[in-house]
Design a protein around this ligand. Structure first.
Ligand SMILES: [Zn+2]
Length: 76
């Protein structure tokens, strides 16, 4: 079921990020940076980060796909 969902939408069922190559690597870094900046303003500190357990993409604290109990990886 998840596989079908992914095929239809091109998005991760857990975090909702795009899975296929519509974005260039540089765009993706910019997007991640802007998300981190936004969350830093909201949280008033650097957000925690982790990799989505479904697709392995970076998810920040408070975003869909972020799981509190998972091991945290600080990429900033
Ligand atoms: Zn994901």
């Amino acid at each position: 079921m998840r596989y079908i969902w992914r095929k239809l939408t091109g998005r991760c069922p857990r975090c909702g990020q795009r899975l296929n190559g519509h974005q260039a690597a540089g765009d993706s870094v910019l997007e991640i940076n802007s998300r981190a900046t936004h969350l830093t303003e909201v949280l008033e500190r650097s957000p925690l980060t982790q990799n989505c357990s479904e697709c392995g993409r970076i998810v920040f604290e408070g975003e869909p796909g972020f799981v509190q109990r998972y091991l945290l990886v600080d990429i900033l």
